[in-house]
Design a protein around this ligand. Structure first.
Ligand code: CA
Length: 508
């Protein structure tokens, strides 16, 4: 009985004056000795552990989430309307290197089965013909061709997993010379050479667009073997014939690729979360962090991102940076994003969604603290601008928007070949170019979406599993999916979101 009562709430830090309801707690319930719920507390929402005066801090994760607008009584439900948001921490003169953890958990294995790449970069987890485009105008024709390629060509090449058109909304009607245009251009350049595409370039252009083939590819790669310009083709059927012919040649080469046993240092994965709730920072994200630590220990590269979701905890990230240079790049990326948001007359408080709030996340500080947990404890060896490629192995902060469908393409462009995605409220999100493993924060989510969630971190919230246990389970799942021995749920059903390329530059 007592054990059951203990598991009604989760308190993270001894300093916290709030705890999270493991399940819905009706008013009048004795939550634990001396603490009775004054209101119905929805699952994942906060209950006050002590009286909190007006203007006093509300503390979770040992961090000030905000300041009470009105006095809060012990046992009260705390919702998003009751807190004033604190100022974001300054990014000037951040202390770096104060928290360098070298004692990382031992990985259960140090190799995986991947596709070595001719450029010597990260290995592929899938063998895909990726077809890049310079502009949205070609998408209709390309999609018709890809449907035929999948039906007529793909069955001939059993070692190739898929044919993926890299369709996007960029390329024309854009201010191509604007300083920030470097981001979408870099994204598309790097996507064309994604590790899962095996070094086989295939690019479709229209012929009159602003993003020319010359901007997308290196000069040596611009050949009739790699590039088709639709305005140079005599009508629709000629376009389809040319696309089919080029794809057939590329597929023949890709079909020669074989998986081989490779060190985990050849693996590069990304971490993201979406549809988060107040449990995300208790169960799913810390488990992902544990798996990330094991991967880093094995030499892998792990990226985490989502600027608005780390902004309030940026000083914790700075402490983990290995050099002043890395810390300065972190500050620069945060400042750039602060300005970008300010130009739209918003700040990081625009991030949380109605679903986040329904899931008990009061504000962006609370969301950020949970979000950062997915980075584990490893030192941060590099900070990347959106869609930049890493030059180091280890834990990397890749600055991207938090929007799921924008973060995905940015991380893909930076070279991830698998993404781990944590969710509290559920999303069927997926990427065509790399498998996405879904980790949920609550048992109820897993029960609801049995066939869409790959790993359930919910048992951590009820005391039925540890972060280490679920983190290790996730590590094994990452290796199995990366090695092609298993497919993730989203991959099995072919759930692929559109590629929303981050374009902070003007549209004309
Ligand atoms: Ca996200």
């Amino acid at each position: 009985m007592e054990a059951q009562k203990k598991s009604l709430v989760v308190q993270i830090s001894g300093r916290d004056n709030v705890a999270i309801a493991v399940r819905e707690i009706p008013a009048g319930t004795e939550v634990r000795e001396g603490l009775t719920a004054n209101h119905d507390i929805p699952q994942a929402h906060k209950i006050a552990l002590e009286d909190i005066g007006a203007g006093d801090p509300v503390i979770r994760y040992g961090v000030v989430l905000g300041y009470a607008k009105e006095p809060i009584k012990k046992g009260d439900w705390i919702n998003e309307f009751m807190l004033d948001l604190p100022e974001p921490p300054s990014v000037e003169h951040m202390e770096w290197g104060k928290n360098i953890v070298t004692d990382l958990p031992e990985p259960p294995c140090t190799t995986f089965e991947g596709y070595r790449n001719p450029d010597g970069g990260y290995a592929g987890t899938r063998n895909i013909l990726g077809i890049s485009t310079t502009v949205q105008c070609v998408t209709g024709v390309l999609n018709v061709a890809v449907k035929r390629m999948r039906e007529e060509l793909l069955p001939k090449y059993p070692n190739v997993d898929d044919i993926v058109p890299v369709n996007h909304a960029y390329g024309c009607g854009v201010a191509i010379n604007a300083p920030e245009a470097v981001i979408p251009i870099r994204t598309l350049r790097n996507l064309a050479k994604h590790p899962n595409f095996g070094g086989q370039l295939m690019v479709v252009g229209l012929g009159c667009e602003k993003l020319t083939v010359e901007m997308l590819l290196d000069k040596a790669d611009i050949t009739p073997e790699n590039v088709i310009i639709l305005q140079e083709q005599k009508g629709f059927n000629a376009m389809i014939d040319a696309l089919m012919e080029m794809a057939d040649k590329k597929l023949q080469i890709l079909n020669q690729r074989k998986r081989e046993t490779l060190p985990l240092s050849d693996l590069c994965i990304g971490m993201q979360c979406g549809g988060s709730d107040a449990f995300s920072g208790v169960s799913a994200n810390p488990s992902a962090g544990y798996a990330a630590d094991m991967l880093v220990k094995a030499g892998s590269t792990v990226m985490f991102s989502e600027v608005t979701e780390v902004r309030d905890g940026v000083h914790f990230i700075a402490e983990r940076c290995v050099s002043e240079e890395v810390c300065q790049k972190l500050a620069k990326e945060m400042q750039w994003y602060d300005r970008y948001l300010a130009e739209g007359d918003v700040d990081r408080s625009a991030n949380p969604t109605p679903g986040n709030k329904k899931g008990g996340l009061c504000n962006i500080v609370e969301k950020a603290m949970g979000s950062i947990a997915k980075s584990g404890t490893s030192p941060i060896v590099e900070v990347l601008s959106p869609a930049e490629k890493p030059t180091k192995h280890g834990l990397i902060y890749a600055a991207t928007p938090a929007s799921d469908i924008v973060c995905g393409p940015c991380q893909l462009a930076s070279g991830i070949t698998l993404q781990v995605f944590m969710t509290g409220r559920g999303t069927p999100y997926g990427l065509a170019a790399a498998p996405v493993i879904k980790v949920c924060s609550r048992n109820e989510m897993k029960e609801m979406w049995q066939d869409l969630i790959d790993v359930n971190a919910g048992p951590i919230t009820t005391g039925d599993a540890t972060i280490q246990e679920i983190g290790t389970e996730l590590f094994h799942k990452i290796i199995a999916v990366a090695s092609g021995k298993e497919k993730s749920c989203a991959e099995k059903y072919g759930l692929h979101n559109d590629l929303c390329i981050f374009n902070p530059a003007p549209i004309t």
